[in-house]
Design a protein around this ligand. Structure first.
Ligand SMILES: [Mn+2]
Length: 393
């Protein structure tokens, strides 16, 4: 009986991302991103992985900061029992000035360059083929078919960065699952898409994107993780191997986009409570640990004027990092305002006439514009700064 082989699959770590949107908190996110990589190294040790498959975009830049390269080399080199395979992606192509070519890597790290190469585990009967980007684009598919074909006596894996179903249309190594199945791969470890794809199947070929272990912003939210796979040959059985695959979440920080309804809140203390409650409901016990974009919505109580400058100190120090976006609405009693003997009263009376006329004529678009104009006008009369975007339609 052959020895089972355990692999961990990741990709799209984008180490060295600037996180410029976070301003002076960017170094915190840089640290959190590196922590996710460290968690993967620790996971490899825990599950005693035979190999760590990195499906491209390990680095965010083609020529990353040398200190970062050294850190990554040290961490990968610490995996004494794990062979690391890297197939460079479009962000970290193995170009002539790439650290993949210019630096010397630990003995347990193997980097796939521009030709299809393979690494064998004879005691498990497993063979991993791989090929990397050498430029930031690869409109012509990378070579994934060995000239001699695949040996069906082996379990054949493929490690590559590319875009599925992009045939002809993608500049990022367009891949076609039907072709991968025709070549005869048993499993294809993919990188490029930043969300876990689930385990997909085309005939005998299983394939999956693990997604990134740490997002790069609020468009990459949700639970992040790696794929852990175990392969074992089953000689004599109809299916030549047992393949066990699972998605394993990486704990730690993540990006969380949460909207919080402040309807009914009477003051800033209640608003801060509502935010904490919503985050707890979304992320459980770990709610203070994440990078949160908190969008405040709802209709505020008539005499509660929300100020982010007042709200922020009430959350200070309780959350790893957050950004507040105010989309609340301040309801107004127009009939009361219309009775005022003031510029505001005159403005509201005229607006009410215009609104009534648009309603009578069934002009929905005018109604929307007039309603928005009234909100902005009242905000301006309160002395608030008024900004608006013109409707591109
Ligand atoms: Mn990527």
């Amino acid at each position: 009986m052959s020895r089972p082989l355990t692999f961990v699959q990741t990709g799209d770590l984008h180490l060295g991302s600037p996180f410029a949107f976070a301003g002076d908190k960017a170094p915190w996110l840089v640290r959190a991103q590196l922590d996710a990589f460290v968690a993967i190294i620790q996971l490899c040790q825990q599950v005693q992985a035979d190999c760590l498959l990195i499906a491209g975009d390990l680095f965010d830049q083609p020529v990353p900061d040398l200190a970062l390269v050294r850190t990554v080399q040290e961490l990968l080199g610490s995996l004494e029992q794990t062979q690391v395979l890297i197939a460079p992606g479009n962000h970290d192509p193995a170009a002539f000035d790439s650290p993949y070519r210019c630096e010397s890597w630990p003995a347990n790290v193997r980097i796939f360059l521009d030709t299809l190469e393979k690494v064998d585990w004879p005691e498990s009967g497993v063979r991993v083929f791989g090929c990397g980007f050498t430029s930031t684009v690869a409109p012509i598919p990378l070579p994934l078919v060995p000239p001699e074909g695949l040996d069906p006596d082996w379990i054949n894996l493929c490690l590559v960065h590319g875009e599925l179903n992009g045939a002809g249309s993608s500049p990022y190594n367009p891949l076609d699952a039907a072709i991968l199945a025709e070549v005869g791969y048993d499993y294809v470890a993919l990188g490029h898409v930043h969300a876990f794809s689930g385990f997909l199947k085309e005939r005998q070929t299983t394939y999956a994107y693990a997604g990134c272990p740490f997002g790069r912003g609020f468009d990459e939210t949700g639970t992040k993780g790696v794929i852990i796979g175990t392969l074992q040959k089953q000689p004599g059985l109809a299916s030549k191997m047992a393949l066990d695959l699972r998605f394993s979440p990486i704990g730690g920080r993540r990006f969380l986009a949460q909207s919080v309804d402040l309807t009914g809140c009477q003051d800033h203390r209640q608003a801060a409570d509502a935010i904490r409650t919503a985050l707890q409901a979304a992320a459980g016990k770990t709610w203070p640990d994440h990078a949160c974009k908190i969008t405040l919505t709802g209709d505020l109580a008539p005499d509660f004027r929300l100020s982010l400058a007042v709200l922020e100190p009430l959350l200070h120090g309780q959350l790893f990092w957050y950004r507040l976006v105010d989309e609340t609405r301040q309801p107004v009693d127009l009939n009361t305002l219309a009775r005022e003997h003031s510029l505001r009263g005159a403005y509201v009376r005229q607006a009410q006439l215009d609104l009534q006329q648009a309603a009578d004529q069934g002009q929905q678009r005018d109604l929307l514009i007039l309603t928005r104009a009234l909100e902005l006008g009242l905000a301006a009369l309160r002395g608030e700064e008024v900004g608006y975007e013109t409707d591109p339609a």
